[in-house]
Design a protein around this ligand. Structure first.
Ligand code: HEM
Length: 187
């Protein structure tokens, strides 16, 4: 996903706005990892709904139509309905033994059982997924953006990072993917 994103959204341009592109990328990664949604249109629609919630987090909590908070509540309800529909669809897939290939966080949560063999309440699963979207999205986006900003400000650090990255890249075969050990070498 990272390669594709860089090739399509960054490489063709002389100048890019890092924050908005990092946001687009991080949200797409979350959709893939959490709920296995990769269709671009679907990802964009969810992203717009989550942006409404994000704006509402720091707004005056007045739930009236037309207010930032009102939009956030509405967006939250739409996301919740969508996640519940997805959860029910997945459960139907499980019951027909079709869902085993889906390895995402949603599947893992749906397979969790407590000590009495009870599954998690659908609404709790939807809330956990929503919480992870909110918690992972702005944090990682702003980290990526800050790293880019500082690398641009400190060329001697940038050249060391490039050296380190190239060393790791050169140690890999052409189609070999990064693994956890490689990431540990990125001091
Ligand atoms: C650079 C990226 C991130 C930063 C700076 C960050 C920061 C934080 C901070 C400060 C808290 C504590 C909040 C509090 O208790 O007041 C927190 C909690 C949490 N974060 Fe992150 N986070 C990042 C990425 C992520 C990602 C990628 C995920 C999930 C995929 C995530 C999931 C969570 C969860 C679930 C909690 C709550 C843990 C609990 O139950 O106490 N975070 N994060």
């Amino acid at each position: 996903m990272a390669k594709e994103h860089l090739e399509i959204d960054w490489a063709p341009y002389k100048e890019v706005k890092v924050f908005s592109l990092a946001k687009k990328y991080m949200f797409a990664v979350s959709c893939r990892l959490f709920i296995n949604i990769t269709d671009q249109e679907h990802v964009t629609r969810l992203s717009n709904l989550f942006s409404l919630i994000a704006a509402g987090l720091l707004s005056v909590p007045v739930n009236l139509p037309g207010t930032v908070f009102g939009h956030a509540v509405k967006g939250g309800k739409l996301i919740n309905n969508e996640l519940l529909a997805l959860i029910r669809y997945r459960k139907m897939e499980f019951s027909q033994n079709k869902g085993s290939a889906q390895v995402d966080l949603l599947t893992r949560l749906l397979l969790v059982r407590d000590e009495n063999e009870r599954e998690m309440d659908e609404r709790v699963v939807a809330a956990v997924i929503t919480g992870l979207f909110i918690g992972s999205f702005d944090t990682t986006t702003s980290t990526v953006t800050s790293v880019m900003h500082y690398l641009a400000d400190y060329p001697h650090v940038y050249s060391e990072v490039v050296r380190e990255q190239m060393e790791i890249a050169n140690s890999k075969g052409p189609d070999e993917l990064l693994n956890w050990d490689d990431i540990q070498k990125m001091k």
